[in-house]
Design a protein around this ligand. Structure first.
Ligand code: NI
Length: 180
């Protein structure tokens, strides 16, 4: 199983190199990245996060696995929305991050075909988050607010401060976000 690189690390700040075509090693890496992403309950993972400075990304926001080569955003909606994000490379932190509400992305698939995607919601956020990784950018660079998450496995509902409830609500958001 591939190990996910944690911040701070130079590789997370490197600009990843594009591939000319999807070769066997790239396809294998995408498979291994998907395995690591699912094992960590993530919704996305960029190659930088497994120590490889190549423009490869896997995303699954619940609509199936996408393995993307050289993904690029070709159109951005002007409208900006803020959502809660986390990152598998930055455990224990969450932040409020402004993102374009809708984006259009072009990417090569492992079979060599180029495909276009119109994305909004979590898919749009994941695309922007992962392509940022390929450019050495982390969500904490863009966040308007960052806070520590409590990594307790169980939520103590009887906790008298409202913290418990807040983190329980936040936890679900992160569930999606955490895995990017
Ligand atoms: Ni991330």
């Amino acid at each position: 199983m591939l190990e996910i690189v944690k911040h701070p690390s130079d590789i997370l700040r490197r600009k990843a190199e594009p591939l000319r075509k999807p070769n066997l090693s790239a396809r294998r890496l995408l498979d291994d990245m998907a395995e690591a992403m699912y094992a960590a309950h993530g919704v996305g993972l960029a190659a930088n996060q497994v120590g490889v400075a190549r423009r490869l990304v896997v995303i699954d926001v619940g609509d199936g696995l996408l393995k993307l080569i050289n993904p690029e955003i070709v159109r951005r909606d002007e409208e900006i929305v803020e959502g809660v994000e986390g990152c598998l490379s930055i455990p224990g932190l969450q932040g409020k991050v402004p993102r374009h509400r809708r984006v259009q992305m072009r990417a090569m698939l492992p079979n060599g075909r180029v495909e276009w995607f119109d994305a909004e919601g979590l898919f749009a956020v994941a695309i922007q988050h992962e392509i940022d990784h390929l450019d050495g950018v982390l969500f904490i660079d863009r966040a308007t607010e960052v806070w520590e998450t409590t990594d307790e496995p169980e939520e103590d509902e009887s906790d008298e401060d409202s913290q418990g409830e807040a983190s329980a609500g936040g936890q679900r958001d992160t569930q999606a976000a955490e895995t990017r």
